[in-house]
Design a protein around this ligand. Structure first.
Ligand SMILES: [Zn+2]
Length: 172
């Protein structure tokens, strides 16, 4: 089993999860997947112009790790632009005010979704639906806790808070 990855802190959710060349049907396009932490690395290094050291601190990773993330992200985006591919932004072990984290009980895959997108339909790792919301734990395996049937129509946990709903928070 791969070593668990500490969640990488991400300050902004992707404005759009999908980009594609104009006028070409999706079925004819090759797709590149950029993870949410790779997008955040591009934002910090290339848009905000931070030094890698500062950007690494913001994302809660080492400078070497940040260097690898941003390098991979630049290569992917360059490939998308030069080769005319579609770009899907999803996945990555991340946490942040604009994101909710989920963990699959079947395959242990972890991923994040922006607020306001509803409960994910299936685990991106195995396609199963036996997964649960994580409430911001750090570097420990997901608790094997059954989600009770409670589903309250609570607010969307909008940005501005620390982004973590109280324990037992429901998945929308
Ligand atoms: Zn799974």
């Amino acid at each position: 089993m791969p070593r668990p990855v500490c969640p990488r802190r991400v300050a902004a959710a992707p404005p759009s999860p999908y980009f594609k060349p104009r006028g070409v049907p999706v079925s004819k396009l090759e797709e590149t997947v950029l993870s949410v932490d790779e997008l955040e690395a591009l934002r910090l290094a290339d848009l905000e112009g931070l030094y890698h050291e500062d950007a690494a601190t913001r994302m809660n990773v080492s400078r070497a790790t940040f260097g690898r993330i941003v390098e991979a992200a630049r290569r992917k985006v360059a490939g998308v632009l030069v080769q005319g591919r579609a770009l899907r932004i999803e996945g990555g072990v991340v946490e942040g005010p604009a994101l909710r984290r989920f963990a699959c009980i079947s395959c242990r895959h972890q991923w994040s979704e922006p607020f306001g997108t509803g409960r994910p339909g299936a685990c991106p790792g195995c396609g199963g639906d036996d997964f649960q919301r994580l409430d911001g734990g750090r570097c420990r395996p997901p608790a094997r806790r059954r989600a009770g049937g409670r589903r309250r129509g609570r607010g969307r946990g909008g940005p501005g808070q620390d982004g973590h709903e109280p324990r037992g928070g429901t998945c929308e």
